[in-house]
Structures are given as structure tokens and as C-alpha cells.
Design a protein around this ligand. Structure first.
Ligand code: NDP
Length: 449
């Protein structure tokens, strides 16, 4: 495990002092600063002009009230957030999360991670993230629409295709993006398609955007496995979650010949010894918006449901955590290692705790960190922005081919950077350094702003 370099210790101390009570943000910053010791040893000019301190401080944080009326006629109040973290490389770009756990620290951690992730894609996009503590679960379509409209009624003034371009995240899919785009259009009287990504095709959305994060994570892990002459073919794979990222991870893993044996939601996990029937998962989760336990009731056979507990108790060759932050703990990592896992690919943002990451790395397990492995979503959002700017619409094949190339490039950039800095196969170090260098160079050239 890396430790913080003495030269960076004051930076971290300052971040800790100024962001008390935001454990996820501090966790994300600590991990990046641990990786940067080797960079500042080689290129000490990055310590000048408080560049790293500036990189740890969001450019702007917006917190706002979101009032809306539920189906019973009661006024409900939620809190909205948008953290515009860094725009050195382009307009702020990053998703919006609807989940009751959302607070400013979580949005800051996500915005910080997003900045490096977006840099890694090589595309002209800065980093940002947004969200709200609104819980969409059990809410009617009308309630979700009224919430989205109220949320956008405040947020719209901070957005724009050259300023800040949100997308979806947990709890925000095509339906919510549609409602927010509708309200943005109404408030501004402009059909500014490039202001949001993840739109429906008829609003200027991109083919393969829905699939992009999961497909991209799978392309990344397939390439990582190839460095050890392995592949997904015939491997048992567990994918946590059963939302957007999880579903399309499962789809691509199956295409690559992997066998998905387990997936989950926040109530529990399912195991199907015959391999998960993905059409049934899509029916339960996407069409009916029900709990994953419904799968077992409908499928029967050799499937079973475990309420609560950890999906990581199910033996697998490859683990793809694709639900939420800190869902895979040190104990889970020990169990996975004991059961013979050979690779872990993070589809979610920061799903493995620092303990878990350390254990995987010490055991020589291939480990793909989220900021590299799940970058396919935002990369395809950037492709959507390109299509919007040129009023063009690419085929699924064309878009997926671009996505695959981008993911292979990100993989290779991380691997080469890790090698260059004396830590071959350390994708955490490679991703952090490669992302940092690109943002740092762009910030440096802009002067002290
Ligand atoms: P979805 O809302 O589509 O799905 C989230 C899934 O994770 C659901 O199955 C949900 O279960 C489960 N989940 C959410 N919170 C928790 C929790 N606290 N404990 C256990 N399970 C939980 O979100 P996405 O698939 O879009 O996002 C998943 C992850 O991927 C997030 O970390 C997100 O930031 C990241 N990501 C998403 C991208 C995208 O393009 N969508 C891009 C890059 C990263 P339940 O239904 O029970 O809540």
C-alpha cells in the first residue's frame, strides 16, 4: 500500500481540515494523493502555485431547495446539489444521482473522481456531478416528473452546452433525463440538445449510451485479463446491482462467453446456477421496476434469493461491483480471494473500500478502478455531444466501435503509466497519475484561476 509523500502531507491535512464530515470525499482524495508521490518526485513543478490544492477544491458548489407536490397534494422538500469540480479540460460533465443517501460530500467525491475519469478518456470534458436526496423508489410517474421539473427549474441557470452538461447516474435513466430536458427546453426556449446526455434518440441521444458504461467496463476487463493470457470465456462472473451499469455489464460479459451466476439490488442477491437469464432481469428491473427477488419467483429452477448478506460470498472468477460506493469491504475481498477470484473490475464509482483494494493488490489480483473501468459511459456522452454539435446520428456499430477503442486506449494508458512509474499492473496508480497529469497540464497553462 502506498503512503502519502511528505511533500503532499500538508495538502491532505488541509483537505481533511476543510472537509470534515465528508468521509467519501476524503477517501477519494487520499487515494489520489497516495498515487501522486511518484509524480511530484519526477516533476516537482506540480507542487508550484498550489496546483494540487486547487485541484482538490471544487470550482463551484451549488445547493438548492427542490419543492414539489406529491400525489396526495402534500408539498415535499428535497435538497439539490451540483458540484462543478474542474473545467480545465472542457465544460463540467458528470451525472445526476437521485438517492436518499446523497449529500454534498458524496457529490464532491463523485465530482472529484469524475475529473480524473474524464481526463483519462482524452476527450475535452471537465468534471462535475449532481444529485439530490429524493428517493424515486415507489414514486409514481407523475411524482417523478414533477420532481424533475422542479429540480431543473433551479439547476437550468447553471447549465449549458459550453458550461455544464449533466447525464444520468443512480436513480436517473432515460425517463428522468427526458423530463429534465423538457423543462430545460421550456425554461430557455432553446432546443439545446448538447446540454444533457443520455437523451432518447429522438431528442438527439446517442445509440449505445445506455449500454456504454457496462459494455465499456467489460471491454476494459477483457483487455486487462488478456495481459495474463486470460479472457471472460467460461468464467463465472458476479455483478453487483441490477441497474443500468450492472445489466449492460452482464450483457457484454455473456457475449464474451462469461457465465453470470449472481447479481443483486439493495435488498439482497440472486444466484442462478444455470446462468442468469438477462431478459428476465431486464423484464423485472427495467420494464416492471420491481425488486430482484421477483426473478427467483418467476424463474424457479436452480435459482435462489438471499435477503441481505453479501453477493461477494458467491464464488466467482471475476467480480464486477456495479452498484454503489464502498459496497465491497475488506472482508468481502478476503472471501473473494479465498474463493479464487482472478480479476475485479469496478463498474460503480469507488465500490471497493481502501482495505479491499489493498488486499486485492497484495494478492496479485488484477484490479480495475472505477475511474478507468467505468469511463465508457462518460466517453459515450462525449460522443453524444459530438453528434449534437454536428446534428448527426451515428449507428450503434459505429458508436460501439469508438467505445471499444476508447476503453482499450484507457486501459493501455493506465498500464503504460503504471509501468513508467515503477508499478507494473497497478491500474490504480496508472489511472490516478495519467488522469492527474492531463488535468494538471491543462490547469497550469490557464494560470492561477
Ligand atoms: P441504477 O440506479 O441504474 O442502479 C443502481 C443499482 O445499484 C441498483 O440495482 C440499486 O439497487 C443498487 N444500489 C444502489 N444503491 C445501493 C446501495 N446503497 N446498496 C446496495 N445496492 C445499491 O444506477 P447505475 O447503474 O447508473 O449506477 C451504478 C453505479 O455506477 C454508481 O456507482 C454510479 O455512480 C456508477 N456509474 C454509472 C454510470 C452510468 O452511466 N449510469 C457511469 C459511470 C459510473 P436498488 O434498486 O435496490 O436501489
Amino acid at each position: 500500500m502506498l503512503r502519502i509523500d511528505d511533500k503532499l502531507r500538508p495538502v491532505l491535512d488541509d483537505v481533511v481540515r476543510r472537509n470534515a464530515g465528508e468521509p467519501e470525499f476524503l477517501q477519494a482524495v487520499t487515494e489520489v494523493l497516495e498515487s501522486l508521490g511518484r509524480v511530484v518526485a519526477k516533476r516537482p513543478h506540480y507542487l508550484d502555485n498550489a496546483l494540487i490544492q486547487r485541484l482538490c477544491e471544487p470550482e463551484r458548489q451549488i445547493i438548492f431547495r427542490v419543492p414539489w407536490v406529491d400525489d396526495e397534494g402534500n408539498v415535499q422538500i428535497n435538497r439539490g446539489f451540483r458540484v462543478q469540480f474542474n473545467s480545465a479540460l472542457g465544460p463540467y460533465k458528470g451525472g445526476i444521482r437521485f438517492h436518499p443517501s446523497v449529500n454534498v460530500g458524496i457529490i464532491k467525491f463523485l465530482g472529484f473522481e469524475q475529473t480524473f475519469k474524464n481526463a483519462l478518456t482524452g476527450m475535452p470534458i471537465g468534471g462535475g456531478k449532481g444529485g439530490t436526496d429524493f428517493n424515486p423508489r415507489g414514486r409514481s410517474d407523475g411524482e417523478v416528473m414533477r420532481f424533475c421539473q422542479s429540480f431543473m427549474t433551479e439547476l437550468f441557470r447553471h447549465l449549458g452546452e459550453y458550461t455544464d452538461v449533466p447525464a444520468g447516474d443512480i436513480g436517473v435513466g432515460g425517463r428522468e433525463i427526458g423530463y429534465m430536458f423538457g423543462q430545460y427546453k421550456r425554461l430557455t426556449n432553446r432546443y439545446e440538445a448538447g446540454v444533457l446526455t443520455g437523451k432518447a434518440l429522438f431528442h438527439g441521444g446517442s445509440r449505445a449510451r445506455t449500454e456504454a458504461t457496462g459494455y465499456g467496463a467489460t471491454y476494459f476487463v477483457e483487455r486487462m485479463l488478456a495481459t495474463r493470457n486470460a479472457s471472460f470465456d467460461g468464467k463465472r462472473v458476479s455483478v453487483s446491482g441490477s441497474g443500468n451499469v450492472a445489466i449492460y455489464t452482464m450483457e457484454k460479459v455473456m457475449e464474451f462467453g462469461g457465465i453470470i451466476t449472481a447479481c443483486s439490488d439493495s435488498n439482497g442477491y440472486i444466484v442462478d446456477e444455470d446462468g442468469i437469464d438477462l431478459d428476465l432481469v431486464k423484464e423485472v428491473k427495467e420494464a416492471r421496476r420491481e425488486r430482484i427477488s421477483e426473478y427467483v419467483r418467476l424463474k424457479g429452477g436452480r435459482s435462489h434469493y438471499v435477503e441481505g448478506g453479501s453477493i461477494w460470498n458467491v464464488p466467482c472468477d471475476v467480480a464486477m461491483p456495479s452498484a454503489t460506493q464502498n459496497e465491497l469491504t475488506g472482508n468481502d475481498a478476503k472471501t473473494l480471494i479465498k474463493n479464487g477470484v482472478i480479476a475485479v473490475g469496478e463498474g460503480a464509482n469507488m465500490p471497493s473500500t481502501p482495505d479491499a483494494v489493498r488486499l486485492f493488490q497484495e494478492a496479485g489480483i488484477l484490479f480495475a478502478p472505477g475511474k478507468a473501468a467505468n469511463a465508457g459511459g462518460v466517453a459515450t456522452s462525449a460522443l453524444e455531444m459530438q453528434q449534437n454539435a454536428s446534428r448527426d446520428s451515428w449507428s450503434f456499430q459505429q458508436t460501439e466501435t469508438r467505445l471499444a477503442t476508447i476503453m482499450h486506449d484507457i486501459h493501455d494508458r493506465c498500464a503504460e503509466t503504471a509501468e513508467e512509474y515503477g508499478a507494473p499492473s497497478d491500474y490504480v496508480l496508472g489511472a490516478n497519475i495519467a488522469g492527474f497529469v492531463r488535468v494538471a497540464e491543462a490547469m497550469d497553462a490557464l494560470g492561477v484561476i
